[in-house]
Design a protein around this ligand. Structure first.
Ligand code: NAP
Length: 248
């Protein structure tokens, strides 16, 4: 059976590294992204160099209509989805809770949480044996922030990742008998553009002495854990979490 993987937010950072890692293992790939078409085109070209089928789809996965179109394009161009990496995530400039607005909190929640639910919903419709599918695997990308809380930085973001941990636990139990495994990775301090969005591009350098392994992680180090959880090598693993935060 050919493997078809969707990586949301697959144009940069951890998502791009995961798309390349999975392509090297022979998965057909859909790279989703929001706006950076050049970055998506570059990753798509690299993915295709592995000889797999691949598409990129510009879609804001916090919007239900965009998610529906994204999955329709995958159905048409690659066939039914077998593997989902829910990876999209945003954060906003570092702030204390008393300075947060409803607009910001809701924006974080729709992008980091609603999108994961919507993509899980559409994936299950294609994977579940109850819907005529053959099964599949989902990996949600949470964060060490769900355990640590991100005080003085972005508790709204940390709370959105707490929701992803709960989604993982609940959904893994809900669909286990339908041959779908649902697992989660919780990275922390990974070298990507995300820290600049939080207003501190050099954040990892500031905190690295407090990381037991004394350094930030590379996107490829997260990609390999995601690929393991998706793969049949992890066939008896569901509802579990891999923490990738250098010992934090
Ligand atoms: P990143 O480098 O900032 O890349 C974000 C990706 O998400 C880009 O491909 C971006 O597309 C896409 N994206 C953002 N909003 C989107 C939307 N509404 N619809 C579709 N695509 C959207 O992020 P990253 O650091 O690799 O983070 C990936 C995941 O790991 C996130 O869930 C994040 O919370 C988690 N994480 C990261 C770290 C870390 O230290 N970096 C630590 C813990 C957890 P465009 O290119 O079009 O903007």
């Amino acid at each position: 059976m050919s493997k078809v993987a969707l990586i949301t937010g697959g144009s940069r950072g951890i998502g791009a590294a995961t798309a390349l890692y999975l392509a090297a293992k022979g998965y057909n790939i859909c790279i989703n992204y929001k706006s950076n078409t050049d970055a998506a085109a570059q990753v798509l070209a690299q993915v295709k160099s592995y000889g797999v089928q691949a598409i990129s789809v510009k879609a804001d996965v916090s919007k239900e209509s965009d998610v529906m179109r994204l999955f329709q394009e995958i159905d048409q161009d690659l066939g039914a989805l077998t593997h989902l990496v829910n990876n999209v995530g945003v954060l906003f400039p570092q702030s204390r809770v008393e300075d947060l607005t409803a607009l910001r909190i809701n924006s974080i929640l729709t992008t980091n949480v609603t999108s994961y639910f919507l993509c899980c919903r559409e994936a299950i419709k294609r994977m579940s044996t109850q819907h005529g599918g053959k099964g599949g695997a989902i990996v949600n990308v949470s964060s060490a922030a769900s355990r640590l809380g991100a005080p003085h930085e972005y508790i709204d973001y940390a709370a959105s990742k707490g929701a992803i941990d709960t989604l993982t636990t609940g959904l893994s139990l809900e669909v286990a008998s339908e041959n779908i495994r649902v697992n989660c990775v919780r990275p922390g301090f990974i070298h990507t553009d995300m820290h600049a969005d939080g207003g501190e591009p050099d954040r990892i350098n500031r905190v690295k002495e407090n990381i037991p392994l004394q350094r930030g992680g590379q996107p490829s180090e997260v990609a390999s854990a995601i690929a393991y959880l998706l793969d049949d090598e992890a066939s008896y693993i569901t509802g579990t979490f891999i923490d990738l935060a250098g010992g934090k």
